[in-house]
Design a binder for this molecule. Structure first.
Ligand code: MF3
Ligand code: CO
Ligand code: CO
Length: 270
């Protein structure tokens, strides 16, 4: 048996990690979060997403990590960069950012075998009012989900908290992509849905590691994947936003592994 198969699992196939494993996740999470802190300065009008990705790949190496996405199912970049109506899995390229573009940058690194996966929103130039509201609601939706994390609650409680908050603001939650277990692997059970009914789904236990990464659209929730087989966009071309943290369930609640070392996770536009 390899390392990644050792240890206890729930009947739903969710791995239960040990107390000592939290330190490994914290280290990996902090590297991914530091990269997202640093990248803020590289987001400006006229910049290409390929240049941002090149910086991320270089910094990942310098910080003692490897990119989890390069080579993952044929993906060739150190980040996903999803601009405006791109929901997720945007491929970095030579297109220049325009004034008012909003973008999600998603970075996953591996440190000592542990995965740190996080994403945030950025803006090039001047942020529009609708985009600002979308970003704010999406950020707060992630934290509504995180606050539902404690032993005894269910994954449905997380989805329900996110969905009711988002729909209460007349925006929609993407159904086609979800959060995921992670730890010694990139994607493992469970699927962490960002919608659902309270009290349903697997019960949270201390030692579970997973991401919460809601995608929120200003328009309808439907998405489609472009011919490149990666880029997911809103079908109605409406703006989409996303934030992602990697977290662990503790005895009394949660630990966020990917908190910003510089306190820059929340979009502040000052
Ligand atoms: N980081 C993404 C996630 O949140 C996965 C990206 S996979 C890639 O799960 F291949 F598109 F990079
Ligand atoms: Co993820
Ligand atoms: Co991610």
């Amino acid at each position: 048996m390899t390392e990644k198969h050792r240890g206890r699992q729930t009947k739903d196939g969710i791995r239960i990690y040990e107390e000592a494993d939290f330190a490994g996740m914290h280290k990996a999470g902090q590297v991914s979060a530091q990269i997202l802190d640093e990248v803020a300065e590289l987001v400006f009008v006229g910049q290409t997403t390929a240049a941002i990705d090149a910086f991320i790949e270089r910094r990942a190496g310098e910080l003692g990590s490897t990119s989890a996405t390069i080579g993952y199912k044929g993906y060739q970049h150190a980040s996903c960069i999803s601009v405006n109506h791109v929901v997720c899995h945007g491929i970095p390229g030579d297109k220049k950012l325009k004034d008012g573009d909003i973008l999600n940058i998603d970075v996953t690194v591996i440190v000592d075998g542990w995965f740190g996966d996080t994403s945030r929103m950025y803006v090039a130039g001047k942020l529009g009012r609708k985009a600002e509201r979308l970003i704010e609601i999406t950020h707060d939706a992630l934290f509504m989900g995180i606050e539902a994390v404690k032993p005894g609650n269910t994954f449905g409680d997380i989805g329900h908290a996110i969905q009711t908050f988002v729909e209460g603001h007349r925006m929609s939650v993407v159904r086609d992509f979800c959060g995921h277990g992670l730890g010694r692997v990139f994607h493992s059970p469970p699927n962490v849905l960002h919608y659902g009914r309270a009290g349903t789904g697997a019960v949270l236990e201390e030692g579970m590691f997973f991401t919460i990464e809601p995608m929120v659209n200003l328009g309808r929730p439907e998405t489609k994947v472009l011919a490149d087989d990666w880029t997911a966009v809103t079908r109605d071309k409406s703006l989409s936003a996303q934030f992602e943290h990697s977290i662990g369930v503790t005895a009394t609640g949660f630990e966020i592994f990917t908190l910003s070392p510089a306190g820059k996770f929340h979009p502040t536009y000052g």
